[in-house]
Ligand binder design. Sequence first.
Ligand SMILES: Nc1ncnc2c1ncn2[C@@H]1O[C@H](COP(=O)(O)OP(=O)(O)OP(=O)(O)O)[C@@H](O)[C@H]1O
Length: 303
Amino acid sequence: MIEVQELTKRYGTTLAVDGLSFRVEPGRVTGFLGPNGAGKSTTMRAMIGLDRPTAGQVLIEGRRYEDLPRPLCTVGALLDAKALHGGRTVHGHLLGLARSNRIPDRRVAEVLEIVGLGAVADKRAKGLSLGMAQRVGIAAALLGDPAVLLFDEPVNGLDPEGILWIRELMKKLAAEGRTVFVSSHLMSEMALTAEHLIVIGRGRLLADTSVAEFIDRNSRSYIRIRTPQPERLLDVLAAAGIPATTGLDGSIEATGTTQETLGALVAEQQVTVYEISPQVASLEEAFMQLTSDAVEYRAGQGA
Ligand SMILES: Nc1ncnc2c1ncn2[C@@H]1O[C@H](COP(=O)(O)OP(=O)(O)OP(=O)(O)O)[C@@H](O)[C@H]1O
């Protein structure tokens, strides 16, 4: 469990995080969403003691990061995959980390197996592709078998196979009862990975919701009908028991029916129509709508 309590972080005049409070529960993947500059990385850095809060605090399994006796055994984080020491081998890098956290040497081989890097253990870190470096970062995060895992934009720059692999791994870690917190600026990615969402903008909480609820509320599907006889069409639809409303552009939006049913109905009732087309509001659109004020404010500020 992660508890963010009234967290505020200022960098000079920039208010990166502004009185943010939320909880991340174990046993499910929680997505952390927000447009660029919303404060996601800052919040995650504060979780593992890399940034000192201006005010407020973060508790990991009930304690502040500074008070954890062996931090890697409570929380593992993949914040910047490129933060690897280039000259060391993959095995050497992980061994150094393990020893500094009093984790037995044999755990290194175990995590290399989990992330599928057993074969490149003796390679130097600087020769690794981004996808492999990402896996080394994940191996490091898993070293202490922690109950809490943080991933900051883990799929950035990965190929489709790498993306799929990370998605499945995060779900598996959550299914084991761990707290898995993953940031992204893509709603569509989170819809495939996460069960719960924390959305922030301008350092403030915009939504704390399940993915299912977010999709339910925002991915409305309907059939658009353009007609020069809207009043008549609404009467015909009402008589047929088909729910319908008038859209912003004057077209009629019908739900719970099909194009075929509507086509037959308007032919039978001799209503003129120009278009009958299925529509689905995209999740990405819904997310942009939710965060648009936050983005505009920031753009305006910089101008
Ligand atoms: N070390 C720093 N010094 C000064 N300003 C910073 C620092 N780190 C972040 N900021 C500023 O704080 C704000 C939040 O940045 P942060 O990186 O936390 O956002 P983010 O949501 O992770 O964005 P992105 O998706 O672009 O990574 C931004 O305005 C950023 O410019």
